[in-house]
Design a protein around this ligand. Structure first.
Ligand code: URA
Length: 210
């Protein structure tokens, strides 16, 4: 993957995202749409996975058929909203290993505070996909990637649903080696650090906490 930022402009992704943005969309529908979009975004972020071939027999002949090479992927959910993306990605890549980084955003400073970190072994040999639906200030995303690098990861990608220009710039400055895949690049952040036009608080909307 060459580009630092890839926007998945596929019509199905864009249509589902519009439904998610609408404030009247229910928690159940929001969650279902997030699951569907996650699969489509996962399809894009895993493009370019290393391949090899395996000798197989079809009912008619033998052939060297393409299969994925190498170690299982590691998916790392940035809690708590990352879990909403994680479910859909896992449906597409069920054998992936899974880790969790717990960071919450201090509402006053908007800076990340770590409260949990548990990731699969051998991160240095795996492609690592960090998932968090909203790339807003980029502070928690950049901090999560710092932690993954400290744990040995060298091949990291970042999957989100919506990105703000401020977050993309922050990630590019801190981690230019980490490609980002998103469904949309929105206009800006508001003074509270929410993405505009955005979709509100992704965690609250997917878990129904507000
Ligand atoms: N986190 C969210 O859930 N929504 C935003 O708009 C920004 C950060």
């Amino acid at each position: 993957m060459q580009n630092h930022l890839t926007i998945v402009d596929h019509p199905l992704v864009q249509h589902k995202l519009t439904l998610m943005r609408e404030k009247e969309t229910s928690t159940a529908v929001f969650r279902q749409l997030l699951r569907e979009i996650s699969m489509l975004l996962a399809y894009e972020i895993t493009r370019g996975l290393p391949m090899t071939t395996r000798r197989i027999e079809t009912p008619l002949v033998a052939m060297d058929a393409p299969v994925l090479e190498g170690k299982k992927l590691a998916l790392v959910s940035i809690l708590r909203a990352g879990n909403g993306l994680l479910d859909g990605v896992l449906e597409l890549i069920p054998s992936a290993r899974v880790g969790f980084v717990g960071l919450y955003r201090d509402e006053k400073t908007l800076m990340p505070v770590q409260y949990y970190f548990k990731v699969p072994e051998g991160l240095d040999n795996r492609m690592v996909i960090a998932v968090d639906p909203m790339l807003a200030t980029g502070n928690s995303s950049a901090a999560a990637i710092d932690l993954l690098k400290k744990a040995g990861a060298t091949d990291i990608r970042f999957l989100c649903l919506l990105a703000a220009p401020e977050g993309v710039a922050r990630m590019k400055a801190a981690h230019p080696d980490v490609p980002i895949v998103t469904a949309a690049l929105d206009e800006r952040l508001n003074e509270a650090g929410y993405i505009l036009p955005g979709l509100g608080d992704a965690g609250d909307r997917m878990f129904g906490t507000k």
